[in-house]
Design a protein around this ligand. Sequence first.
Ligand SMILES: *Cc1c(COP(=O)(O)O)cnc(C)c1O
Length: 478
Amino acid sequence: MRYLRMLADRDLALDRTMIPLGSCTMKLNAVTEMESITWPEFSSLHPFAPVDQSLGSRKLIDQLSQWLISITGYDAVSLQPNAGSQGEFSGLLAIRSYHDSRNDSHRRVCLIPSSAHGTNAASAVMAGMRVVVVATDDRGNVSLDDLRAKIAEHSSELAALMITYPSTHGVFETAIGDICAAVHDAGGQVYVDGANLNALVGLAQPGKFGADVSHLNLHKTFCIPHGGGGPGVGPVICRSHLAPFLPNHPMDPTAGPVTGPGPVSAAPFGSASILPISWAYIRLMGGSGLTHATQVAILSANYIARKLGEYYPVLYSGATGLVAHECILDLREITRETGVTVDDVAKRLMDYGFHAPTMSFPVAGTLMVEPTESEDIVELDRFIAAMIAIYREIQAVGDGTYTSENSPLRNAPHTSEKMTSMAWEHPYTREVAAFPQGLALGEIIGRRGKYWPTVGRIDGAYGDRHLICACPPLEEYL
Ligand SMILES: *Cc1c(COP(=O)(O)O)cnc(C)c1O
């Protein structure tokens, strides 16, 4: 118990602060949504329990499936995939099987915009397709010229286009209808990556604006917590012509169509034990509540984009100057001028009590912020104030007050150990390090109590690229 408590104390988690990770949709859950997964009726059910012993779970699966179909405008769904990436794989398998069923087995080319999430290309390769990359234009949208050229070049072999809507650049691409039509005209299928569904629920339906199949991320849009990894649920959802090719399972004939390609995960209904979270979220919100959540998510992202845009330029926006449910703050000019990097800002945010936004995805040298509807105006303003205070610190590097190497930014995060050590060789005070100026302490930090980062900066990329063996001597195992 004490060990778990120690880990929880160290964690800069959603129960302490917003986690504005763009493309991740980190929502703050109500206990009501979570509670039922602790009940043994859900949590201890064996995945292969006979139908007559799992009626309640199956009813919940059916209802949730119907709700997802109503929300997206599609016709059929499988809850079997355990992640968005597995949903992508399943959706592409469905497209592949569909082409095969029409004697179109030579259709194996998958067009993917260069801005896509890395899983898209990986899934296409796993599904036996050949990836052809489509360029984006300088506004961050799919280049229609390049798309038309690539379609023309590969029309006889075109299997699919995989596109994210709204895009990974956080923008509603106005050409989405034309893009879908161009792919269909060439005999291809349209896969809309549904990870950004939090910007669509109640407002637009991928199954109606031209897509053939999508995956959803129940661990993003529908509230299953996913900090630190799984388990997740990535339903694959499609129009009726692809329904015969959704996953099935040899151990459970109710898990999918007999004509399906087989299972994509071990259990017939995947991570079924956590479905009550999404069920409860949808049931509690209701249709109008879900629509309102989408509107607030979009409003909040635009609020942040407007408030921070004069400090950190917003990289992409739509024709109307608005973003969707997230925005990309461009730090590249700041880095060129001052040497302060996205890493520095991300780590410094911890001193201010915030988890970092998404770094360098989908554009290197930028931060992507997605507040979600979970955050109220007080928390949004707290984040904005921290980002503006950090901007002033960057200015202090720019005007020579500090070097970038020995600034509160580069030395962040400041641990309590560092703060209380006798040695202090920095051109700024301990107070600036731990209780930064420019913030009304009582309001902004004091209100919740200061979060003390427990580890200083490590070279994360080094660790990613080098296998490091701790290699304790054999005696340690005695
Ligand atoms: C999160 C995400 C995925 C992959 O989902 P996982 O559950 O992490 O596998 C795919 N595409 C986009 C745009 C995403 O944001």
